[in-house]
Design a protein. Structure first.
Length: 89
């Protein structure tokens, strides 16, 4: 069970890294937005937020494409026929 947990962590950590970076980025941006709102400046943050959303969506699209490509590759290697000549139980 310990090996399975370690193996899962090794595979999930690289997949979750963009999500963790995105959360940290949104926390920083949220703090800057609160500061700007208190000072009355909102225009620059709207443009910055739009750019951040575009980058996050692009990263999500790249991850989706990589997972889809990997799934297609694995799907093509899985045999779909039952081998003949094997004894049945």
């Amino acid at each position: 069970m310990k090996t399975l947990r370690t193996l899962t962590q090794q595979f999930l950590w690289p997949l979750l890294l963009p999500l963790q970076l995105g959360v940290a980025l949104l926390r920083v941006h949220g703090g800057r937005a609160r500061t700007a709102r208190a000072e009355g400046d909102r225009g620059a943050l709207s443009i910055e937020m739009a750019l951040i959303v575009i980058v996050v969506v692009a990263i999500a699209g790249a991850v989706l494409a990589a997972v889809s490509n990997f799934g297609t590759t694995v799907k093509n290697t899985v045999p779909t026929t039952i081998p003949t000549g094997l004894p049945t139980h």
